[in-house]
Ligand binder design. Structure first.
Ligand SMILES: [Mg+2]
Length: 368
């Protein structure tokens, strides 16, 4: 059995409403790079990664110009070997960045192919702990005026969420405090509330924010400072009084190892689309488990529901604002705040390629 076809496609998906998060600015669309693999037994697998609008072409070029030659003709069942082959052959320009996004799409396609061939859903292949995962609404709302912010929270409650995230990083800390207070008063004490600063602060600013927000019972404050200041994370975790989530901007297992070793995180939050795929994501989840930590996810909820359902230390699935459910035959369903990993083989996602074609920017096919 060998891989004999790889198809890459780049899509720019518009967002229904422009949204803002600190350090990202206002976002109107995002890029999705899909990889479809076919093997010599007509087995197929599909993977994808998600990036800011404009960044997808770089990841697609890495796959087309470099990775395709590394996987064509090889046995798709040797996922660890293929992953290491691609990773090591790009250590000079990689070990993170676009290479991590690119390898994620290929790795996910390999896992999907394996699941489809075996007739098993990924969540059982990867560990099979429990198919139900607590979900939270990952609202992106930093640019929303108060009324719209609260409307978004009401919509999340109406959709069944019992855990909701909001954004931090307004120009004045008093604005953040007012907004968190208003949301807490709206939802009451029984709804779990997370807040995401998207690297808005320096350590000293973050410490002031942690103290000002400490009274609102937040599950966590996410990414208070730049992602690679592990000493800063450790300082905030030791002295800030509010749990910390982080990881969407870490792109290697080694970075998670360093953050956890520094004592800088309560909720490691890997994103398989940014950290190199399912293969390293599971290693990070097991690393967290071995350190007595939970694991949560960022983005790509239709994939992460499987990974979290495989793990005994799963905490939360983020249902992200950059959803692809409109382009899937069976989008993720949330009931009573819980997501359920589907029993369909592989990741179980069937994209509506005709609908996606309206947003297709580029694509290529390479055969071996
Ligand atoms: Mg975040």
């Amino acid at each position: 059995m060998k891989i004999d076809r790889i198809e890459t496609s780049l899509h720019r998906i518009p967002l229904p409403v422009p949204v803002e998060a600190a350090s990202h600015g206002v976002m109107r669309a995002f890029d999705m790079v899909a990889v479809q693999l076919t093997d010599s037994d007509s087995g197929t697998g599909c993977g994808y990664t998600v990036l800011n609008a404009g960044h997808g072409a770089g990841a697609a070029a890495v796959i087309d110009n470099a990775f395709a030659a590394g996987v064509l003709g090889e046995d798709p069942r040797r996922i660890e070997w293929l992953w290491n082959r691609l990773w090591r052959s790009h250590h000079y320009s990689g070990r993170g960045g676009l290479v991590s996004f690119a390898i994620a799409a290929v790795d996910t396609a390999l896992w999907d192919l394996r699941g489809r061939r075996l007739g098993e859903p990924l969540w059982r292949l990867l560990g099979g702990y429990r198919p139900e995962v607590r979900a939270y609404a990952g609202n992106i709302d930093l640019n929303f005026p108060m009324a719209k912010l609260l409307d978004g929270v009401r919509a999340s409650l109406a959709a069944g969420y019992r855990s909701i995230k909001m954004r931090l990083g307004r120009p004045g800390l008093h604005e953040d405090v007012e907004r968190v207070r208003a949301v807490r008063e709206l939802v009451g004490r029984d709804i779990e509330l997370m807040a995401d600063a998207n690297e808005a602060w320096r350590v000293d600013q973050a410490m002031r924010a942690f103290r000002a927000l400490g009274e609102f019972g937040l599950v966590w404050i996410e990414e208070p400072i730049r992602p690679d200041d592990f000493a800063g994370y450790a300082h905030l975790r030791a002295h800030g009084g509010v749990p910390i989530a982080a990881g969407e901007n870490l792109h290697t297992v080694a970075e998670f190892t360093a953050l956890i070793a520094a004592g800088g995180v309560d909720f490691p939050e890997p994103d398989l689309t940014t950290c190199g795929g399912i293969t390293p994501w599971m290693k990070i989840a097991r690393l967290a488990e071995a350190h007595g930590l939970p694991v949560t996810s960022h983005g790509a909820h239709d994939l992460h529901v499987h990974l979290l359902a495989a793990c005994p230390n799963a905490a939360y699935l983020e249902v992200h604002g950059f959803g692809l459910g409109d382009y899937m035959a069976s989008p993720l369903v949330i009931r009573d705040g819980m997501a359920v990993a589907p029993d369909r083989p592989g990741h179980g996602i069937e994209f509506d390629w005709e609908r996606l074609a309206a947003h297709r920017v580029a694509g290529s096919v390479t055969t071996g």
